[in-house]
Design a protein around this ligand. Structure first.
Ligand code: SR1
Ligand code: MG
Length: 407
């Protein structure tokens, strides 16, 4: 039976759950030997670190409300079921980039997993100006593989439809529909503004026909294009890493949606980190620009390689003629161009929402000088308006545009 855990109740729960107890303690050890502390700083759930004599583990539990708002915002805990299922699917596809799950309970809406104690959250690491030489290689593989191997390009028609059904994540999709695609573009009580932000900048994008049309288009795409199993919330707070290893965590927003969404959300968080940098931080600026470029370029070439390799292995009759592979490659290039423009559209929506909506990014919102922060926020909003209303051929043009708005 479900109950909300706390430090004391976790002891009782661990003591009565042999699958967890045995991970932490020997059979003769007292339960008093475990240490429990709550470490969650996310918007939705409670996360505990439990240290035992044998190892330490993470226990994450969903509560029946949105943590960052409180009990007045009910949210069913079924989200943990989506997180557990997404972690399992992603682990099968990308074993190196997903933490190990030791135990899960749908009834208790919790998952017990590997404690990544030699890894830190990417957002904090970027705020500390840390450099990770393998990150773009790893994230581009995670994106290309999870998004290809859960798509219609790889799964059978029946399997794909079964999977779409399994990941109908109504409530968390609604959060995204509201908080990324709706509230930031209207007067809404949930929005939050830096008091120093020039509100005419907000009015400008809220009343711009082309911005509003483009956002409405991205919202519709998000709601209607079931292309692949998305992580659904791939910002830099959903990545834990060190110089050698990268782990993607927190896929509770997982559902079948447009491929460009995951790519765009991740890129947007790099872009916002870039805007937050001071003018003289040249080395880190170069590094973040390189991350943006490498992530897209590597993702595109790995996704294409997955497509071509699969076609070569399956040799479908459709492309089985002398120029067939060449024509297939042409189709793949056009498909990837579509992912590119979707990614830029979703990137812009994430930039708007993290600036005026609920749930900000610490890279920018953590800037203590509110006037400096407001200047950065203006740049982000104006850049997002330009990105979502223009056409671009490649990632170099996007980087040029970002530099243009970094005033
Ligand atoms: C209103 S919940 C705020 C946000 O937290 C999650 O990380 C998602 O990004 C969600 O939109
Ligand atoms: Mg999260």
């Amino acid at each position: 039976m479900y109950k909300i855990l706390n430090n004391d109740l976790i002891r009782e729960y661990v003591d009565s759950t042999p699958e967890i107890r045995n991970l932490l303690l020997g059979s003769d050890d007292s339960i008093d030997k475990i240490e429990v502390s709550e470490i969650g700083d996310g918007n939705l759930n409670f996360v505990y670190i439990i240290k035992g004599l044998k190892k330490s583990i993470i226990l994450k539990q969903a509560v029946p409300f949105l943590r960052c708002v409180g009990e007045e915002y009910p949210l069913s805990r079924v989200r943990m079921t989506f997180e557990i299922e997404a972690l399992k699917t992603e682990k099968e596809i990308c074993p190196d980039f997903v933490p190990q799950i030791y135990y899960s309970s749908h009834d208790m809406s919790l998952v017990v997993m590997q404690n990544l104690d030699s890894h830190k959250i990417l957002r904090g690491e970027m705020i500390n100006r840390e450099v990770f030489p393998l990150l773009s290689e790893h994230i581009s593989t995670f994106l290309a593989d999870t998004l290809f191997y859960t798509s219609d390009f790889y799964l059978s028609s029946a399997q794909k439809k079964e999977d779409v059904k399994k990941f109908i994540n109504i409530e968390l999709c609604k959060i995204t529909e509201d908080f990324i695609f709706t509230h930031p573009y209207e007067e809404n009580d949930t929005n939050e503004y830096n008091p120093e932000l020039d509100m005419s900048v907000v009015k400008n994008f809220r009343q711009n026909r082309d911005v509003k049309t483009a956002v409405a288009k991205m919202r519709y795409k998000f709601m209607s294009e079931a292309q692949a199993l998305l992580h659904g919330d791939l910002h830099t707070g959903s990545i834990m890493l060190n110089k050698k290893e990268t782990y993607v965590i927190d896929p509770e927003f997982a559902f079948y949606g447009p491929i460009g969404f995951d790519v765009g959300i991740y890129l947007a968080n790099l872009v916002m980190s870039y805007f937050s940098l001071k003018k003289d931080e040249n080395e880190y600026r170069d590094y973040v620009r390189e991350m943006i470029k490498d992530t897209w370029d590597m993702f595109a070439s790995k996704f294409k390689a997955n497509m071509i390799e699969h076609e070569k292995n399956t040799k479908s009759l459709q492309w089985d003629y002398p120029q067939g592979m060449e024509h297939f490659e042409h189709f793949v290039d056009i498909f990837i161009d579509g992912i590119f423009s979707d990614s830029i559209g979703f990137m812009a929506c994430e930039m708007f929402r993290r600036t005026v909506g609920l749930a900000k990014v610490a890279d920018v919102a953590g800037i203590k000088d509110l006037k400096r922060r407001a200047k950065i926020e203006k740049n982000i909003l104006e850049c997002a308006s330009k990105l979502i209303t223009s056409k671009y051929e490649n990632i170099d043009e996007i980087i040029k545009e970002i530099q243009e708005y970094d005033r």
